[in-house]
Design a binder for this molecule. Structure first.
Ligand SMILES: Cc1cc2nc3c(=O)[nH]c(=O)nc-3n(C[C@H](O)[C@H](O)[C@H](O)COP(=O)(O)OP(=O)(O)OC[C@H]3O[C@@H](n4cnc5c(N)ncnc54)[C@H](O)[C@@H]3O)c2cc1C
Length: 448
């Protein structure tokens, strides 16, 4: 039914160890109830592994059983507005299959190794176009899962409250084996770049956020530079495939890698790391205007072994209204940290504007529109300590963390950011899984 595999990453060089007693590869979802009902054969906790690219110990085996879902890899049914697929399918596989049919997801991340199971239950904020759709989980309209007691359950987005909780459940309320994802017609995206100093950014900020489109920022505190990347959906654009392909090549080869936003390329070429900071501005010159591409063309696959891509960033989200202050504080924080500890990140920090999205309980933009701020690094010495202080800075500025993309998180940060929502989740989890069959020490520490 399931195959046992040696877990090569029991404690890997990234520091994100999981130490399961048993590492399994699931072949059929029908085997899950029996697996859950036999704690002697399959020790507690049972933790699901998707693509295994999270930045934290949210998978965490803890002497229990990790279950790799990658063999649940079938796309089951394409429709006009939705697609049905198994939980182990990777977002990049789905996005490519959709593109061939002239369709795409409402949100397309830059990185392809995300499993649909993780997409349904974890926090994956993306540069957003409209209210209600700022995290990947909001693209999910139905999940099929097995509860901790081994019962099959189907939940659709008509059951709003339940769906909201499941979309933030990290495998603690049940194991997802199938999902339905919303799709829309493939739409060209126009991309514009502007480079500003912090002062310019602050004075133009009201205009910047009132204009339509998704916004991604590339922030360099030591160069006093913020590059604003605006993505506008162009429903009326008539561009042929080969035209787009040409443009894509030039963007990917010449512009995007220079931002350091495509971490894969930074890690692949160590010599590039220091060039990244200044290369961005060289590549852009006065700013690139009106580049056109389809969203699936900016998606990239990371190195095959997940650990090679770890230690790369940590994400907090901040209220949009106060964001220029936060960025200004971040510039000061980075500079004074460098003065004191002689450490500074070697990759440009990323950021995304998030519209309000209440689709999941732990949504990073649950309480209103936000901007993320994501210090990035290739994992050099000093990075882990830097993040401990960055967390204090972020929490003091009213930031909201995530459980899968914010490193070195502490229970105080969780309580401060999520308050009643964390209590509600804890109560639900205790009721649905009283014997803690699915809970690991990471979530016990942060959520109880
Ligand atoms: C270098 C790098 C770049 C990145 N770039 C981006 C980016 O551009 N955009 C973006 O959104 N993210 C990005 N990420 C974050 C990363 O994509 C996600 O955190 C991660 O990939 C989530 O998907 P996964 O399948 O790897 O989840 P995993 O790490 O395998 O699992 C995440 C959580 O979901 C649970 N889970 C998994 N499958 C199931 C299931 N079937 N049922 C129940 N629970 C389940 C796990 O137990 C765990 O708690 C990046 C990460 C790295 C390392």
């Amino acid at each position: 039914m399931v195959s046992r595999v040696i877990d090569p990453k029991g404690a890997d060089s990234s520091g994100i160890y999981r130490r399961p007693r048993l590492a399994l590869k699931l072949k059929r979802f029908e085997d899950l109830p029996s697996l859950l009902s036999k704690p002697k054969s399959y020790p507690t906790p049972i933790r699901m592994v998707g693509a295994d690219y999270s930045q934290t110990r949210c998978v965490g085996g803890d002497g229990g059983t990790t279950v790799d879902t990658s063999a649940l890899d079938r796309i089951l049914e394409f429709g006009e507005t939705t697609v049905r697929a198994q939980a182990g399918v990777r977002v990049s596989t789905l996005v490519k299959a959709l593109a061939e049919r002239g369709q795409e997801l409402p949100l397309t991340p830059e990185m392809g190794q995300i499993s649909l199971g993780a997409m349904a239950v974890s926090t994956l904020p993306q540069p957003s176009y409209a209210e209600g759709m700022a995290q990947m989980s909001s693209c999910i309209s139905e999940v099929k899962l097995i509860t901790p007691q081994g019962k099959q359950m189907t939940v659709t987005d008509r059951e709003r409250d339940l769906m909201r909780v499941l979309r933030s459940s990290f495998g603690l309320l049940g194991i997802v084996h199938e999902v339905v994802v919303r799709v829309r017609p493939l739409t060209p995206v126009k991309i514009d770049y502007q480079v500003m100093t912090l002062k310019e950014f602050t004075s133009r900020y009201p205009k910047l956020i009132s204009a339509p489109g998704a916004i991604r920022l590339h922030v360099s505190p030591f160069h006093d530079r913020i590059t604003i990347e605006r993505r506008t959906l162009d429903e009326s654009a008539e561009i042929n495939r080969s035209g787009i392909w040409q443009i894509k090549k030039s963007v990917m080869r010449n512009v995007l890698p220079a931002f350091g936003s495509t971490v894969g390329s930074v890690l692949a070429a160590p010599g590039l790391r220091n060039a990244v900071l200044s290369g961005m501005h060289r590549a852009l010159g006065g700013g690139a205007k009106g580049v056109m591409m389809y969203a699936h063309e900016w998606m990239r696959d990371m190195p095959k072994e997940a650990w090679k891509a770890r230690h790369t960033y940590s994400l907090w989200a901040f209220p949009q209204a106060d964001y220029p202050n936060v960025v200004s504080g971040y510039f000061n924080f980075c500079k004074s940290y460098y003065k004191q500890h002689r450490y500074r990140g070697n990759v440009v920090s990323g950021a995304s504007r998030l519209h309000q999205d209440r689709g999941s309980l732990f949504s990073a933009s649950y309480s209103g529109p936000m901007f993320t701020l994501e210090p990035s690094s290739s994992g050099e010495q000093g990075w882990d300590d830097f993040l401990i202080d960055y967390n204090e800075f972020a929490s003091s500025k009213g930031g909201t963390p995530t459980f899968n993309q914010t490193r070195a998180l502490q229970p105080e940060h969780v309580a401060k950011s999520f308050g009643e929502r964390a209590k509600l989740f804890r109560a639900l989890r205790q009721r649905t899984d009283p014997v803690n069959r699915l809970r690991n020490s990471y979530f016990e520490y942060l959520l109880g």
